[in-house]
Write a protein that binds this ligand. Sequence first.
Ligand SMILES: N[C@@H](CCC(=O)N[C@@H](CS)C(=O)NCC(=O)O)C(=O)O
Length: 203
Amino acid sequence: MKLYFSPGACSLASHIALHASGLPFSVEKVNLRVQPHQTESGADFSAINPKGYVPALQLDNGELLTEGAAILQYIADQAAGKALAPANGTLARYRLQEWLNYIATEVHKNFSPLFYPGSDEAKQQAWDKLTARFALLERTLAQSPYLLGAQFSVADAYLFTCLSWSRYVQRSLADFPALIDYQKRVAALPAAQAALKAEGLAD
Ligand SMILES: N[C@@H](CCC(=O)N[C@@H](CS)C(=O)NCC(=O)O)C(=O)O
């Protein structure tokens, strides 16, 4: 498998999951700052992934899998012994999908206005929405170490990645102590350490 990623972007979640899976994989960096986006080896990324964004996972059979929530579950299912996702067909698996969808649509995408040019008002609106989402996450993570309870899952890799963006957009999570503790807890995991180091983000 080969992961196309950009340092610190949402692809970091897939990168963490790959390290946690113990499966063999390679990575290729994508420069999102140039148009069209270019891979480290000089390829036009849109020729590899017509969607033009990371993450994208090239499977061993040559197919390309896109969309973080799908990639994360694929990785988890390839490494069933690592318990990165509950078994397919169980209610717990739907809980995982519930979180993945919440993170993708309510957290990840509400960060977007904070990264791109726009009015202060639009940015504040996005942050207000995010903090409402964080309040629910704060209550959840004050009661259990990970989103699904005692066990780390790929949803945690995704949420951890999105929470890390608050630093890049100069916003504080100080009102959410359980989220700060959670960030530290996930950051300390060997898979997160390895992915952060590989992306040049280890503090
Ligand atoms: N729907 C996609 C969104 C992925 C996405 O937003 N990727 C961002 C980085 S976090 C990206 O590559 N942006 C560059 C672009 O859209 O040109 C998913 O859930 O994986």
